[in-house]
Design a protein around this ligand. Structure first.
Ligand code: WT7
Length: 677
């Protein structure tokens, strides 16, 4: 089963479409400076050294107190790492670097308007600002260790500052992607039980100063409906001294950070030593059912894993200028803009806006000006930049040593443009496969050790033991060309601990499928089910084919089809809705929406627009459908199940297969004529 081909195409058939690519060897100048060049790392992280091998990652951090138990499995499959250890994430990303690096850039923020100056925060300046915000959160907003705080912020320096301030107090941040709607934010506030929301008046995107604050009013109304009261809304301003949102500040509830911070100038807050297994943050992600899942990540295990993989897979050194183009509102930004690079005392660049603003040369100008040497982005962005400016990178004199691709499979043709044109043939590429749930990378080549293979993520990273199971739980043979469900045999420190408030869903979604014994406390009985289809070739490299559940990967972001369908059903004329992925040149996949109307309602353009609008307000612009088709009826099985597979085949112009067993086979041709003309 796989979204690329639909349920009734066999996995073996899918696999044969994939051609083996030639290998590319890491450039010598990269190897000469790499953090890890010795194959022996796989020996150190072998299963016979598991779990103690992960001490190597934990030792990259500074602990108040060492742990007594590396991996506690007694509450399987809720794994606890480094139990007995005490640590603070904010201290590790900021304070401890001061003696050596206080005057070095920690964060460089690049505003979207090109004439607005960059903001450079040295480690010292970051330290001062994190302390002041932590003091405000503690003394003004009453935030304590263990409290959840929702951050609905765009790509501004205040976002990592606020995250680190929460971490300093041991409070659990829940960052909601800035592009998400007020409603989506409100649902996450309610689910996490946040009493404090931190937002911003506005931000730049596509040359427009967008209003953002208005979303907080919707968010609070939605949260309240779900029984969660928010008592303080703290509002950053994009431009000091001017408030750019039309939404009024509500007296006694909304406060400008700028105003309140005046009381905390120069205040220092001792970092709170937290148990290693205390949650550091929640990150919501989409799943099979409508309700987003709050992935709960730990402090010690997560930070150790983010730091370890940043050092070895991202090859980050303190002297590197590292730019990851993701948004901090997704897991990539948490692990590989904020926590990993800052734990290693690197300089991390964050960019506010769209990559092609105001033209396709923008990223390369930024890279040249800041001397970025390590670059990280997603296939959708690479496709977009290639389309808009295939020759642009060559016009600038930046020099990358290392580049990352993440979020979805990358077509070999796009990979080669990334390698030859963006990387100028001298940068190594890592194709990193992982998920919100996993905290850090699962599959990737080690950049100085193994060759790259376009379109293929590579083997498990050190300490990660992937395996492909078929539906019955038998291992799919390496090199067989057959696809199956990729799983991880062993726990690892970056893995999420549970779904916030829903352990049952955590167990059933990720561990039940291949669990050998529900009562076992031996980790060997609990393989992690990732929800992706994959093949493994002779050389041990994994090729990820896509999701096996009802999730669409749009431009590297996960959208649950159920969430889109339920937003469509909010339009009163709509009787039924089905959402399927359709291939898109730039974004990889985008949603196509099929709706049927209530009896007596005439189809109209207005209804189609209302469906698109409802999806946008319920989730955000990223979920905007490619098409909304109003169909006379849905293709259904005799038991009344909507055949999404048939709709997906129509949307993608693929062979529909045998539909004679449907309850209403005649509808298929009618829909096909409507869609394909
Ligand atoms: C899903 C996870 C992990 C950060 C970004 C997305 C897909 C992720 C790759 C890759 C092929 C990939 C998988 C995965 N995916 N990286 N290198 N090659 N597919 O995080 O939103 O949790 O999505 O993204 O389908 O399950 P996410």
């Amino acid at each position: 089963m796989n979204e690329l081909e639909g349920v009734e195409v066999s996995e073996a058939q899918i696999a044969v479409h994939w051609r083996e690519e030639e290998k590319f060897y890491p450039p010598a100048q990269f190897i000469a400076q790499a953090n890890i060049t010795d194959h022996e790392i796989y020996e150190r992280f072998s299963l016979k050294n598991f779990p103690e091998c992960y001490k190597e990652y934990a030792d990259l951090l500074t602990w108040y107190q060492y742990w007594h138990t590396t991996l506690d499995t007694s509450d399987a499959p809720c794994w606890k790492w480094f139990v007995g250890g005490k640590i603070n994430a904010s201290y590790n990303c900021v304070d401890r670097h001061l003696p050596q690096y206080k005057n070095k850039a920690a964060i460089i923020h690049v505003p979207e308007p090109e004439d607005e100056p960059h903001v450079v925060l040295t480690y010292q300046e970051l330290y001062v600002r994190v302390n002041e915000v932590a003091a405000l959160l503690r003394d003004f907003a009453g935030v304590r260790a263990g409290d959840r705080v929702t951050l609905h912020l765009p790509m501004v320096p205040e976002l990592p500052i606020t995250m680190l301030a929460c971490a300093r107090l041991g409070a659990i941040h829940s960052v909601v992607f800035g592009g998400f709607s007020g409603k989506a934010c409100g649902e996450r506030i309610a689910d996490s039980g946040s009493r404090v929301l931190i937002t911003m008046d506005g931000y730049y995107r596509s040359r427009k100063l967008l209003d953002h604050k208005s979303k907080s009013d919707t968010a609070l109304a939605v949260a309240k409906e779900e029984g969660q009261a928010v008592d303080k809304v703290l509002v950053w301003r994009r431009h000091r001294g001017t408030y750019v949102s039309p939404a009024p500040m509500v007296a006694g509830r909304d406060y400008l950070m700028e105003d309140v911070l005046g009381d905390y100038v120069g205040t220092r807050v001792d970092p709170v030593p937290m148990p290693a297994e205390a949650p550091l943050f929640l990150m919501y992600t989409s799943g099979t059912t409508g309700r987003p899942k709050g992935c709960q990540h730990s402090t010690g295990g997560y930070l150790a894993y983010a730091a370890g993989t940043s050092k070895y897979v991202q090859d980050i050194h303190p002297e590197d200028v590292y730019w990851c183009m993701a948004d901090i509102g997704w897991i990539t930004g948490h692990s590989y803009i904020v926590y990993g690079p800052l734990a290693l005392a690197a300089t991390t660049v964050m960019y506010e806006g769209v990559p092609t603003c105001t033209d396709a040369g923008r990223p390369w100008r930024i890279a040249e000006r800041l001397a970025v040497n390590t670059f990280h982005t997603a296939p959708t962005t690479i496709r977009m930049l290639r389309k808009a400016g295939p020759e642009e990178p060559g016009k600038y004199s930046y020099q990358f040593k290392h580049m990352t691709t993440v979020g979805e499979p990358i077509e070999p043709e796009i990979w080669r443009w990334y390698y030859y044109v963006v990387g100028k043939g001298t940068a190594v590429i890592v194709d990193t496969w992982w998920q919100t749930e996993t905290g850090g990378f699962l599959c990737s080549t080690m950049p100085a050790i193994q060759p790259m293979k376009p379109g293929s993520a590579g083997p498990g990273v050190p300490g990660i033991y992937p395996v492909i199971f078929d539906e019955d739980g038998s291992e799919v043979e390496i090199g067989s060309g057959r696809a199956g469900n990729i799983c991880i045999r062993n726990p690892w420190p970056g893995a999420f601990q549970t779904i916030w408030g829903d352990r049952e869903r955590y167990v059933s979604t990720y561990y039940a499928k291949y669990c050998r014994d529900r009562n076992s406390v031996d980790w060997r009985d609990w393989p992690y089910f990732a929800g992706d289809a994959a093949t493994q070739s002779e050389d041990g490299y994994f090729r990820i084919l896509g999701r096996v559940d009802d999730v669409i990967n749009v431009a590297g972001h996960r959208l649950g089809t159920k969430e889109l369908e339920s937003a469509s059903l909010d339009v009163s004329e709509v009787a039924e809705a089905a959402v399927v992925p359709v291939t898109d040149e730039i974004k990889g996949r985008v949603p196509d929406v099929y709706v049927s109307l209530r009896p007596g309602v005439e189809p109209s353009e207005a209804i189609g627009n209302a469906v698109a609008k409802s999806i946008e307000t319920s989730i955000g612009k990223i979920a905007r459908p490619k098409h909304v088709y109003i169909v006379p009826d849905m293709p259904k099985t005799r038991s009344g199940k909507i055949m999404r597979r048939v709709l997906a085949a129509i949307s993608n112009g693929r062979d529909i297969g045998d539909v004679t067993t449907l309850a209403n086979p005649e509808i298929v041709d009618e829909i096909r004529r409507m869609v394909q003309g």
